[in-house]
Design a protein around this ligand. Sequence first.
Ligand code: ADP
Length: 740
Amino acid sequence: MSQKRIAILTSGGDAQGMNAAVRSVVRTALDKGMEVYAIYEGYKGMVKGGDLIRKMDWDSVAGILHKGGTIIGTARSAEFMTREGRRAAARNLILNGIDGIIVIGGDGSLTGANLFRQEWQSLVQELAQSASIPPEAVELYPHLSLVGLVGSIDNDFYGTDMTIGADSALHRITEAIDAITSTAASHQRTFVVKVMGRNCGYLALMSALATGADWVLIPEAPPDVDNWKEVMAERLRAGRAAGRRDSIVILAEGAQDRHGKYIGSAEVQKALEESLGEEVRVTVLGHVQRGGRPSAFDRTLGTMMGYEAVQYMQNASPKEEPVVIVIKNNRIATLPLMECVQKTHLVAEAIAAKEYDRAMRLRSSSLKDAFDTLKTMSRALPSPLQPGQKRFRIAVLNAGAPAPGMNTASRAAIRAGLDKGHIMLGVKNGFEGLINNEVEEFSWMSVSGWVSRGGSMLGTNRKTPKGKDLYAMARVIEDNKIDALLVIGGWTAYEAAHTMYINRANFPAFNIPTICLPASINNNLPGSEFSIGADTALNSIVEAVDKIKMSAVATRRTFVVEVMGHYCGYLALMSGIATGAERVYMHEEGVTLKNLQADVESLKRGFESGRRLGLMIRNEYANPVYSTGFMCDLFEEEGGNLFDARPAILGHLQQGGDPSPFDRIQGSRLARMCLDYLLDACQTGRENSAFIGMLNGQIQYHDMRDFDRAIDPQFQRPKEQWWLGLRPIAQLLAQHGPQK
Ligand code: ADP
């Protein structure tokens, strides 16, 4: 039997992106012909009932995507911890005819939900016996269906790579630490920054990696020596001696030493003041981490998870064990709820039992990876040379349009190479610099501060080398004795590296290990589901569209927002999902006159029924004839007195700005892996050429031979684009109401 009447509630600590999930659950359920209720104030509302359980319609969740927190309220409920409370909750559900619930919360909330579901039959029987509900209810409500969604800024839940809210919290923390870094650097100060995360070090570690912090203390990996305070102070001192102007220590709230004793911020402060002989400031970030606008990722994640929860509830038998919706390797999936809750508790148990390796293993592999990267990046100076070691000369080059995160990746590559004892060369101004011999040796401190900077410090341009250029490049490679080349960039960067590869027979100098790292806001590169810069651009678009939407409140207006992406609709579709656009136009789908007519009709219906805003997002190359201007004129003309239309061409703000935490973290990870690849090739005498990327959650190397096969050369995008699979969700949510 499929569910007909379901309810959604948010419980425990609030998290950004919960609203996106609520909106998605409500609209998907309505679209499937279900009735859907919101239970306000979490379990408190379920126990209390009455007007805390309210029927939702399509518009009850309008205009909430950009809001932090949860509009249906959340609470902690002591009553729900008691059987009596849960009995009252069961009665309230039955009185409303609800037999399926979708709970968004942390492991506590999901444990409570599971217990409630297990007890359901006995609770219903008790209620019938005491005549609190009609006797036939026992037959009518034999089971309670339950699906869980993890909403938690801590990212502490087993089985999912990300929880709803963690990415936004990371945005808040990164912004705060960037700000602290600038004042700390001005005064040459030391700061201890305490971040949330309960017993999970995710936020602390990732923010440390994203901001170039000097030291991090997390629960899963306590310092391995008892005199860690001296070791830490020594590291900071060495950093200053090497020229660093600021010192930042990030402390996770659950951090402890190897004997299981909690480490407090005052303790770290005191130790550093004593050792360094200077004042040390403490900043406890507190609730700002929970607040503010949800990031683009959290909006999309909440939306996808909400959609999947309803799909699952519709298709699964209510007798089946409850599931939790997770994101694993960039795909939404379902896992048994209780198994995940238990494994989540295992991490806490492992930490309590001081089995730190086990705790780290239970967390996702990227946490360990990030920790290793951080240990290298935060060194004051590179590790000393090994006696007799062969030093390779490795060049790093940025090419194509600027993409936020290019500097972070270049810094990570340069430091990773220096730390292994090699000579790191920076090529200025892209392939033009390689043609003109703009090559410079880089030192550890020459990339200091690059971690958080937008644009390209090395310089980049869209030059694609041809003909004579190749001779010049070969010469420069030989003159500088370049042993291997890392190219960080977008489409033109890949094309240039590919040109070098296919011209190897003519230019022996090109027979060096080469690797491309995807960095382009367009996200149109083969072999990778994400390119560095796209997440930042997406967040910039979402922020701009939020403002544009607000400006329209006073009038009845349709906006046609044009976003970048060349022929790739990624930015258009994802920003459409994250901002609640009615329509997304992209080249992959094409635009026809018939489409536009239907859109005009749909807009008219919307405004006639009281809407005040129309939002259409158009990829820049969606169609050469039906341009942004054309569409606007069409909507303006057809809108008559109902609404007017305005274009908003977002332009280069999409390529600028400080890189998002994801782009910084991913850029650092990929750069380190690229270095490993190049060094391995150098050491084993191979001359591979490759491009790296994240596919199905794994970082993979692809042979340059496969470049042609992977791309659509005419439209400069990969043949397969995973995100096209999200179109049905975008379409469903963009409607003005359920499909009749
Ligand atoms: P989170 O869901 O963020 O982990 P809490 O642990 O505070 O937050 O749980 C939120 C609410 O979930 C609690 O106030 C309580 O109502 C309910 N809950 C948590 N654990 C249980 C449990 N073991 N049994 C019943 N209800 C629980």
